[in-house]
Ligand binder design. Sequence first.
Ligand code: SF4
Length: 484
Amino acid sequence: MGRPSPLEIYALLDKSNCKDCGRDTCMAFATDLLERKVVVQDCTHLMQDPKQAKKRDKLIVLASPPQKSVLVGVGDRQCIIGGEEVLNRHQLTYYNETAIFMEIADDDPDLEKTAKYLTDLAIERMGEALIVNGITLRCVSGDVDQFKLAAKKLTEVSTLPVMLACLNLDILLAAAAEIKDYKPLLYAATKDSWEQVGKFAVQNNLPIVAVSNDLDELMSLSASLQKLGAKEIVLDAMTIFGPGNLALTYDNILQLRIAAIDKEDANASFPIMGLPAAYWSQVKIDDGKKLWEHQYQEIIMAAIMESIDTSLIVLHSGKEEEDIWVLLAIMTLRQSVFSDPRIYPTADPGLYEIGEPTKESAIFVTSNYRLTKIPVEIDIKGANLNAYLLVVDSEGIGIESAVAGGQFSAGAIAEAVKEFGAFEKVNHRILIIPGMAARLSGALEDEADAYVVVGPRDSSGIAKYMKELWKPEEFMKIYEDLKE
Ligand code: SF4
């Protein structure tokens, strides 16, 4: 079917431009629907007018991505997985990053402590909080009461979505009944258990994982579950370690994605999960290797899965504070893979306070390219300075290119100085511009009525620069002498 155009969407809308959806026109709604900023249900006309039911149903189909999305959990931390439209990010963008679920055993004495730690974990990087998305509770005890109790405890101490992982049908369904209001993901429907697990999932509106290492069998499981009425299915073609198996695991995930997105195969049209945590149950651990050598194997698999847009991965390593490197690596990679290639990462222009600036504090100037603004901010903080950071609208372009292209110009900086009242905050008229913008200094002195000093080319040099070269009284004396 391919991605519809805004005009195809518009053709199915009411065209009254009533603004009830918060958009000025139906055409704006059509564009936002394509960008997933609104849903079909936001158009009150289509939803409320019975005569438009056919158009509404057609629009829902037209606006649905070839890979459906699945919701796990409830509340603020509810997680959306899948829902992709393209095989490769450069063809459009990926909408939902790989969800990271951390595995905890139901007999783990530190279950509550670990769950709390994972819930609160947030690593700030480039203006975004990197977080884990859920917890996979693995049934290790084989005891129904233990598994139920552990599931309940998780929902009490954590707001993270839960995947219940147990291949014993009775134990799985007992725990699922206990926490069904939290919308857990049920793992798993196999060729033996699909009917009972599927019926329970449909009755309780829960998402379910279909699992088989045979792709034909997996497609047949998906078809059978859909016949039962299951709408939220996740596919697991199984993660297998050992010689040659990495390629097999990779290939299975890619085949499923191609079947969903390129071939629009209804049975493959669901998110895909991977289980790097399976390493620990498949490989002999006491082989003389160090712990981190084993962890590397799991993390390499996780990295490969993220790079091919696997919708959800389950990790065993990384849930202890001392293993934070695992999550740091995997979440940093995820941030890169899932950034939107159509959007320059920008920061809002403005005058930012760093620390507790006073009238004597320095004013640093930078562009609003996010990957420039944030490192500069970090380096000023790292130098223990109380300062102002004037972020100029350079259309999201970095300093060097924006100076060349004219977006970071003396005029633009002078305008920002005025707009954000930079000189009203301090008792001087000194601006520190980046070394890469040195050639703007003369023109900027005229346009902003300022004394301009050229800072280091790289913000990592700010601490040294301020220690050795920041002489505001001298600078102001020169400024005043020049004015006379
Ligand atoms: S609510 Fe529907 S009819 Fe009204 S402007 Fe939005 S899209 Fe158009």
